[in-house]
Design a protein around this ligand. Sequence first.
Ligand SMILES: [Zn+2]
Length: 91
Amino acid sequence: MQAQAPQRKTGLTRRGQSAVMPDAKGDAMAKDYKQLTCRDAGYECDFLVRAETEDEVMEVAGGHAGRIHGMANIPPEAAEQIKKLIKTVQV
Ligand SMILES: [Zn+2]
């Protein structure tokens, strides 16, 4: 499930070797992040926040919602709903 394709990859390298690093194990460089987009929350907006914790995501998203969407306060029940939209991604 890839919502975004940051880089185009060709399937084959010239020598037929894999240019893609294996990610099954030994992925010391991969790291889990929490991610939320406005589109996930139903807004026509390209805002995306990625942080190490859900709390950070909510903090940043809350600031964005206030500045951009005029939501000065997000009710706790709405915040709970939004938290469910947070995805874990590996970067
Ligand atoms: Zn937005």
